[in-house]
Design a protein around this ligand. Structure first.
Ligand SMILES: Cc1cc2nc3c(=O)[nH]c(=O)nc-3n(C[C@H](O)[C@H](O)[C@H](O)COP(=O)(O)O)c2cc1C
Length: 218
């Protein structure tokens, strides 16, 4: 029994000192064919090169989609805590679980292929579950205050076209700009964007250029 207690203690202690990375993937493509997934894997390798102890959790929104919010869930979100019965707890469980997982991460890597100028709808459904009044943000004196613990968010985008090089194209990009708004609203100060642009021209080169710019600092 003592040996199990010791092993449990060692496991918990090693996790407490590890850098916890949460990856949110949303590409419909396979690990081999997706530019965002390939970039995420290379980014993780770069982080691992500088961190001794890394814990990685991966949530694939294409394989395991988060359902759209329902009116019952929204009503449950706004029910005061002292009125939480079994039914209400059940309605907020998914959102609570997603927020707990995100809040436990030191670094969240959000992979967002551009779909029709914005984020994939699977990622939008995820965001709708984690942006919660009183839990991940609140208002104080009319100003928003983010409550998320995550220290760093790395947004990995991929797009067929190139959006960063002229102003008309920039206006059409609602992908990383939207994600920066969301995570900064939730209180994350350190947000870095790795943009793989123009994959219809030379995807491998675009991937290399984007990942080369990522220089992980502890
Ligand atoms: C349904 C769909 C819509 C897309 N919309 C856009 C778009 O609006 N702008 C763009 O530049 N690329 C668009 N693309 C291209 C993807 O962003 C690009 O192929 C990206 O690399 C996909 O991510 P992945 O390689 O990680 O799977 C679209 C692709 C699909 C399948």
């Amino acid at each position: 029994m003592k040996i199990f207690a010791l092993l449990f203690f060692l496991f918990t202690a090693s996790n407490a000192f590890a850098t916890n990375i949460l990856v949110i993937n949303s590409s419909l493509n396979s690990e081999k064919d997706s530019f965002t997934k390939r970039a995420v894997n290379q980014i993780i390798e770069k982080i691992k090169a500088k961190e001794n102890n890394v814990n990685i959790s991966i949530r694939d929104l294409a394989k395991n989609p988060i359902p759209h919010l329902t009116s019952e869930e929204i009503a449950a979100f706004y029910t005061p805590k002292d009125k939480h019965d079994k039914k209400i707890k059940n309605k907020i469980k998914l959102s609570d679980d997603l927020i707990l997982q995100l809040n436990s991460s030191d670094i969240a890597i959000i992979a967002s292929p551009m779909i029709n100028f914005s984020v994939p709808s699977s990622l939008k459904a995820y965001i709708d579950h984690i942006v919660r009044a009183g839990v991940t943000f609140k208002y104080e004196n009319g100003k928003p205050v983010g409550l998320l613990n995550t220290k760093k968010v790395i947004v990995v985008t991929s797009s067929g076209g190139i959006y960063s090089e002229n102003n008309d194209m920039k206006l059409m990009n609602h992908n990383d700009s939207y994600l920066k708004t969301v995570f900064s609203f939730l209180g994350v100060k350190n947000i870095e964007v790795i943009a793989i642009e123009g994959v219809i021209h030379d995807g491998d080169k675009a991937l290399k250029n984007a990942v080369d710019k990522f220089n992980y600092q502890k």
